[in-house]
Design a protein around this ligand. Structure first.
Ligand SMILES: [Fe+2]
Ligand SMILES: [Fe+2]
Length: 254
């Protein structure tokens, strides 16, 4: 068995218990596409009868911190999201706050890359908007959805230029897909264009190293504008509850 496919529950168990504490992790299809591993994903469990007492990952993952019974938005920030992405969103929200943006737009900045931080990178604006849609004002999720497209299109009238970072990341000759152009055209003529544009204006990669921004600084704004379900994110039976559960248990087999 390839050790990269296994995780352990720590060293608290007896030697007899150790094999049962080991969980075999089968990576998600999206994580292996484009690699040879994609074609051998299921080899460790084929057939299941050869597992020899070990189990496939289901339930709480010993490699990940455990959530409370009713997971909150901030728990996802602290227990799951990539620290660099969290810092990026905090800085973005901080810039928006400093510039006098209204509270719901500060929240939009705080959440704008939430999918990139914890779920999936490709089409992160769309995934992120869907994640938060049941819990925020429609304008917030709309702005998060369309910031992805707007990032590729300058608007000198408000001081937004094509990011040098995108030239560095994607190359000078990169052109967005037609669906991104179409999304931009749609958003450009929309009444909430300015809200999505505001996210891009605060979406900077060069931060003030002296500006230490704490998540708790946004607790009041989140409390006023994010409808945290009492059952917890993932357990409120909303149309996107499964997406939050997938971040709680990202390596579950099913
Ligand atoms: Fe983004
Ligand atoms: Fe961003």
């Amino acid at each position: 068995m390839d050790d990269r496919c296994e995780t352990t529950a720590g060293d608290g168990g007896s030697p007899e218990q150790a094999p049962l504490a080991r969980k075999i992790v089968i990576k998600s299809a999206l994580a292996t596409m484009g690699t040879p591993e994609h074609f051998t994903r299921f080899d460790p469990i084929s057939p299941p009868s050869k597992l020899g007492g070990r189990a496939v990952m289901m339930g709480d993952d010993p490699a990940l911190p455990k959530f409370s019974a009713a997971p909150t938005l901030f728990e996802f920030f602290r227990l799951r999201f990539t620290p660099d992405a969290v810092n990026h969103m905090l800085q973005s929200a901080h810039l928006a706050l400093k510039s006098g943006a209204e509270e719901k737009m500060v929240l939009a900045c705080l959440l704008h890359d939430i999918a990139l931080a914890g779920l999936i990178s490709s089409d992160h604006g769309y995934w992120g908007a869907q994640l938060i849609e049941p819990y925020v004002d429609e304008e917030i999720s709309w702005a998060v959805r369309y910031h992805q497209a707007l990032r590729f299109f300058p608007d000198p009238a408000v001081g937004y230029e094509y990011p040098q970072t995108y030239i560095d990341l994607f190359g000078a000759d990169y052109r967005p897909e037609p669906y991104i152009q179409a999304a931009y055209d749609y958003a450009r003529a929309h009444k909430w264009y300015g809200s999505a544009r505001l996210i891009t204006l605060n979406d900077l990669y060069s931060f003030d190293p002296d500006a230490a921004v704490d998540l708790d600084a946004f607790a009041d704004i989140v409390g006023r504008h994010f409808r945290q379900p009492k059952e917890g994110l993932g357990f409120d039976n909303s149309p996107v509850a499964h997406m939050w559960r997938s971040m709680i248990w990202p390596r579950n087999f099913l």
